[in-house]
Each structure stands twice: as C-alpha cells, then as structure tokens.
Design a protein around this ligand. Structure first.
Ligand code: RIB
Ligand code: CA
Length: 319
C-alpha cells in the first residue's frame, strides 16, 4: 500500500478530531505536522484540542503550530452553534504535556513540505488562511506539494448560507488563493461530507470502549448529530472532515471529476464555490473572460464502504 506523507491544517473541531484520530492510526498515512487556525473554536482552544486528541490517540511527537487568529480580511466568526464553545462539544479530555511548536503555522508547513524527502499532500480541514499565507509567502512549496486536498465548499448547497460552506465562507479570499495557486487541488465538499455517516451502534460501541481513542471517537460521533445548543436532532454520525482522509486512503470508493471552479467573493453568494458542471463548457478565453481554474471535485461515494474504512481504523486502536 502506498504511504501518504501529509501535513494537516485544522480548526479542531469535533470532526477535525475524528480526522486526526483516523490519520495518526492509519498505517498508510504519515502525519508530518499539524497547523492550526481559528475556526470552530479560538486559535488557543484549537491548539489545545489538537494536542489532547493526539494524546488520546497515543500519537508520537508530531509538531503542532499555531497560525492565523482571523481570516485574511474579515473578522473571525466561530462555529460554536455546532461544536460548542470548546470546539469538542463539551467533551472533557485530560490535560496535556504537549507544547506548541515555536514556529508559526506557516513556518512549520513550509519546513515540513520543503524539507521532506518526497512530495507531500497538504490536507486542509479548516478555513484556508494558513494555506493561503503559505502559498503567498513561500511559493516554492508548490514544487514540493503532491496536491492540496481540502474539505470545504460544495457542489450543492451550503451550511452557513444557502450556498456557502463554513470553511470557504469564513475566508473566501484564502480559498481563492488555494484554488488559483496552480497546485493540483481536490475539493471534498459539503455535499459528500454530509453523506458519510457511521451507524449509531458503532458510535455507541466506541463510546463504551476502555481505549481513549475509541472512546473519544464514539463520543464525538454521538455529538455529530445533536447540536451543542441542546436542541433535539436525530443521531446522524457524520464523520465530517475525516471523510477527506478516507478519500485520501481509499480514492477507489469515491467518484471525482475535473471542473472549472471559482469562489464567489461578493453579494449574497459570498463564500460559494461555483463548480461549473456543464458538460459543454464555454470557452472562457474565446468569450474574453478569465479562464477558471480546473480542480478535481469529489462528487459521489460508496457510503457503506467508506464508513467501514473509518470503522476499521477506529477498531484497530484496540486490536
Ligand atoms: O462545514 C464543514 C466544516 O466546518 C468542517 O471543516 C467542520 O469542522 C465544520 O465546522
Ligand atoms: Ca474543520
């Protein structure tokens, strides 16, 4: 099986936590560093959450660095309604001995990408401010990147507005930098994100486990359907950001297509990823318009097999 050297950019977050648990346990994924950005919680909280999730996973020393406290232009707007004030839906984890890197997120990403012995995949699970700053300050990273795989945007509806998904809505200019960067880009959008769910019986089994990583995965999954404001909602069990990692390790379970894509930066559609899925694309150059960047967009998946891939990795914690 191929090994995937990756760097992760996160705003941990209930589902970033599931993604970290999956990435550090999967035998074919090599996590070289984790950069943090404010998003689902404050930057300080995101760093602490990330360290505590690594503890639960008994992960080796993986450098974790703090990055942007706010988007490139706008003020930050945290997603507390879903993830709670602490980002982890109120789950209390033990204190951590891990300390953040002395490097900034951008410096850590540059170091881990440029100094790597091979090309690296940058997996973004958060507003893309750190990644945009990396590409702007250190354009040389492009030659060392296999791909940027980001959870964000949607080829369908949004979650924050009718058309905008949280990560892109939080920093649409940063998402534009990423899509326009020239680095091969894959978008794992909200339309597939919301479909990848784990049955409740597995969430309950994990939550009852003696193993800290399995127990955390179960508790997180049980919160992935109920809202932190206490309002009732049926169990859903979305693995969320972790789905992007399942795509990385099991691309055969997903359907992708190349589509011209652009971020809407203005008006009521601000933050929308416009995916041009027309089969007969118009020739933008002929029409005198800027050509849109073509990116790979994940459009469909085998839900049962992808969920099983996630369950298998969680099972392995106590195997
Ligand atoms: O919109 C989905 C994204 O925002 C994910 O990255 C998740 O963490 C959420 O809050
Ligand atoms: Ca996230």
């Amino acid at each position: 099986m191929p090994v995937h050297p990756i760097v992760l950019d996160v705003d941990t977050g209930t589902d970033d936590a599931l993604a970290i648990l999956y990435a550090v346990q999967h035998p074919d994924v090599d996590v070289r560093g984790i950069s943090c950005v404010a998003g689902n919680a404050s930057l300080e909280q995101v760093v602490a959450n990330t360290h505590k999730v690594l503890d639960a996973a008994s992960a080796p020393e993986i450098p974790v660095a703090a990055g942007a406290v706010k988007p490139l232009i706008e003020r930050t707007r945290q997603e507390e309604a879903f993830h709670g004030e602490d980002g982890l839906g109120g789950i209390v984890l033990p204190g951590t001995e891990r300390t953040p890197s002395r490097l900034t997120a951008v410096e850590l990403l540059r170091q881990q990408i440029v100094d790597a012995d091979t090309t690296v995949t940058l997996v973004g699970l958060a507003p893309q401010t750190n990644i945009a700053m990396l590409l702007t300050l250190h354009p040389e990273v492009a030659d060392h990147l296999e791909r940027i795989l980001f959870m964000g945007g949607s080829a369908g509806t949004g979650n924050i507005t009718a058309v905008a998904e949280f990560n892109v809505w939080q920093d649409p200019e940063a998402a534009t930098c990423v899509i326009e960067s020239g680095v091969p880009v894959t978008m794992y959008g909200l339309d597939v994100f919301t479909r990848l769910t784990v049955p409740q019986k597995h969430a309950e089994r994990f939550a009852a486990s003696d193993h800290p990583a399995q127990r955390l995965a179960g508790e997180l999954l049980l919160r992935r359907g109920s809202r932190a404001d206490g309002s009732q909602q049926e169990y859903v069990g979305q693995i969320g950001d972790a789905g992007a990692l399942v795509y990385l390790t099991h691309p055969e379970l997903f359907t992708t297509a190349s589509h011209p894509t652009r971020v809407n930066l203005s008006g009521i559609g601000r933050g929308q990823t416009i995916v041009d899925r027309r089969t007969v694309a118009q020739d933008a150059a002929e029409l005198g318009r800027d050509p849109w960047r073509t990116i790979e967009v994940v459009l469909d998946l085998d839900v049962t097999k992808a969920a099983q891939a996630f369950i298998d990795v969680m099972n392995a914690y106590a195997a």
